[in-house]
Write a protein that binds this ligand. Structure first.
Ligand code: NAP
Length: 341
């Protein structure tokens, strides 16, 4: 008989680690697939999107702010302190990575088999783990345009970001000319938010019509600080240590131009990390995991719970993900108490 874990958590953003903290304190001895840091694409790091954020100023409890990577190593250390175990190149370990550093030897979960209990989780080295319950907290990654300089400047805190709510209030953006790429609700919301701090906020959209809802479009049109640049795509991001502007290409006549900027926010949607589930959990039309009950973390498969951005296309905040991680651990604990043995 293989070892059967009580609970395996997949994902190590705020939702995954918070679930681990609660589950460990409930003596569930959780095992976590925290994910391997990948150099390319740069958005894939254990610790989720916060690993790409510089200063986090809206996570309660840190009145002077904290960097995303340090916040995530605090989450990990706290989870390990109460007995969370991590799948790694060195086998199953009980230690977190040093503060603020991505852990290059932690493992990804490659696939799952939810057809019967105990569930199976296959690691990246093909090792198979068994568990009575699972929490899926694999998050969603912000989509990037895919330009080399966009990634370089985003990584070095050079004024390129995929989250205005996280980064927009930073001093480097104050009273600067900023731009948001995208034409959906997020782009409008982010542009509107940025007008609190910025000079002019340009919305760079590839078509001549916004995808955003009517009310959001009206809001943008009526805001004197927002200017929409229609039919434009960003061809390159300019600047060495920090952004100085973007090179734009007109999608109608092909002409190019430069726009000086002090900050660029990419808001072209998110992709939830649900592919590895291979259709075994019910997803919504945007591929986010569908919860059975919106107030709980239950999925359509009994014993499988989901939390954080992998189920949430609306709020997408570290604190909301952490809250859901807590709920998932409590849901799993109660479910195990009813079904164990
Ligand atoms: P979205 O609705 O998918 O919009 C993405 C936008 O980015 C589209 O305008 C798209 O252009 C553009 N885009 C995609 N790929 C691009 C690329 N490679 N280069 C340039 N532009 C690109 O995503 P979202 O705005 O993040 O919204 C996601 C969901 O959350 C939506 O359902 C939205 O209603 C909801 N949401 C709601 C609120 C709110 O109600 N307050 C706020 C935020 C989000 P095209 O239009 O040409 O395809």
């Amino acid at each position: 008989m293989p070892d059967i874990e009580k609970l395996i958590i997949i994902g190590s953003g705020p939702a995954g680690w918070t679930a681990a903290i609660y589950a460990a304190r409930a003596n569930l001895n959780p095992l976590i697939f925290a994910g391997r840091a990948k150099q390319i694409p740069t958005t894939e790091l254990p610790g989720g999107q916060l690993m790409l954020t510089t200063e986090v100023e809206n996570y309660p409890g840190f009145p002077h702010g904290i960097t995303g990577p340090v916040l995530m190593s605090h989450f990990a250390s706290q989870a390990v302190r109460f007995g969370t175990r991590i799948v790694s190149d060195r086998g199953i370990i009980s230690e977190a990575a040093p503060e603020g550093t991505p852990a290059f030897d932690w493992h990804d979960a490659k696939s799952v088999d939810l057809s019967r209990r105990p569930f199976k989780v296959v690691g990246e080295d093909d090792a198979v783990y068994h568990a009575q319950s699972l929490i899926i907290a694999t998050g969603a990654t912000a989509n990037w345009i895919g330009l080399k300089n966009e990634q370089r400047l985003a990584q070095q805190g050079g004024g390129v970001s995929a989250c205005a709510v996280c980064d927009g209030a930073l001093p480097i953006f104050r009273n600067k000319e900023l731009a948001v790429v995208g034409g959906g609700d997020s782009a409008i919301e982010e542009a509107t938010y940025l007008t609190k701090y910025a000079g002019t906020v340009y919305i760079i959209h590839r078509r001549d019509q916004l995808r955003a809802s009517k009310i959001m479009v009206e809001r943008a049109m009526n805001n004197p600080k927002i200017k929409i640049l229609w039919n434009k795509v960003v061809e390159d991001v300019l600047g060495d240590k920090s952004i100085s502007g973007v090179k734009l290409k007109d999608t109608v006549d092909g002409s190019t131009s430069e726009l000086p900027l002090g900050g660029l926010f990419v808001a072209i949607g998110h992709t939830p990390a649900t592919k590895f589930l291979n259709g075994q959990l019910e997803l919504d039309e945007k591929k986010y995991i569908k919860l059975k009950d919106p107030y709980r973390t239950t999925t359509n498969v009994e014993g499988v719970f989901a939390a954080g951005d992998v189920v949430d296309s609306v709020y997408r905040q570290a604190v909301t993900a952490a809250g859901m991680g807590c709920k998932a651990a409590i849901d799993a604990e109660r479910w195990l108490a009813e079904h164990e043995g």
